[in-house]
Design a protein around this ligand. Structure first.
Ligand code: DGL
Length: 266
């Protein structure tokens, strides 16, 4: 049986999921996190469902072996492609899984929006998962748009520059997003450009802070499962499948504070 003092596993295709890890660390200061960024296989957003599932299962096995009590798939592309496989695997260890799509779907349904834009990678948007999960919500129309350049642009340090403003303008001016009252940032890299998205829409459109929504959901789930840790005795650990200088440099941007990345082959 899993115990409250065991760590929470978190994974993403790279370091984008650190935006979720950072929101989790704020919401749950007593918890210890084991983060895995699959930097050797980035970007997931351009890969097939079967390949993303294969990588996700390998990472899950690694984290289960490290003794996690809960798993957070901090990547929309992996949540769209691999959630069922990962959930089935974790169930055999008595470990529950949170993905980054269902909490956002619940939030959109509670808010009773009429027109919601969803931006994400090709893998997430073309999977149709948001459209499918929201299709039976009365009075809601979903406006999906894939924005494949954004994650790479953010990784390369272009957030908050003329480059990001130009790329965002080109994507967000797409007629498919006309008339939206809220927009979900369905990629864990995008919280880093949330203010630019907000500025583009001039405050007319609510920008859903998906990292925050997911962190609240994990907190509620751990409370329900009676798995909240009461103190954190050991430091968080951060593993990446390929360790490069550029990832080392960008981690602070994503997590808000320095982290020590360790190389871990899958
Ligand atoms: N962070 C990933 C997601 O949430 C996107 C990056 C990638 O394409 O690997 O979808």
């Amino acid at each position: 049986m899993v115990q409250p003092q065991q760590p929470i596993g978190i994974f993403d295709s790279g370091i984008g999921g650190l935006t979720v890890a950072s929101a989790l660390a704020k919401a749950l200061p007593n918890e210890r996190f084991l983060y895995f960024g699959d930097t050797a296989h980035l970007p997931y957003g351009e890969k097939s469902k079967s390949l993303i599932t294969e990588y996700s299962v390998q990472i899950t096995l690694f984290l289960l072996d490290k003794g996690i009590k809960h798993l957070v798939i901090a990547c929309n592309s992996a949540s769209a492609a691999a959630y069922e496989s990962v959930r089935a695997l974790c169930a055999t260890h008595g470990v529950a899984v949170t993905n980054v799509i269902d909490p956002v779907v619940d939030y959109i349904q509670q808010k009773k929006f009429k027109h919601v834009g969803i931006i994400g990678t090709k893998a997430t948007i073309s999977s149709g998962i948001f459209q499918e999960k929201l299709k039976s919500t009365a009075g809601l129309e979903v406006h999906p748009k894939s924005t494949p350049l954004l994650a790479a642009m953010i990784e390369e340090g272009f957030a908050g520059t003329d480059v990001s403003r130009g790329v965002l303008k080109s994507y967000l001016s797409d007629p498919v997003l006309r008339g939206i009252e809220a927009i979900a940032l369905a990629c864990t890299h995008y919280p880093l450009i949330a203010s630019e998205v907000r500025n583009y829409f001039g405050g007319e459109v609510s920008v859903l802070d998906t990292a925050q929504i997911v962190a609240e959901h994990v907190k509620n789930t751990l409370t329900e499962l009676d798995l909240l840790a009461t103190s954190q005795t050991e430091p968080h650990e951060f593993f990446v499948s390929d360790l490069t200088e550029s990832f080392k440099k960008s981690t602070q941007l994503f997590f808000g504070t320095d982290v020590l990345l360790k190389a871990q082959k899958l």
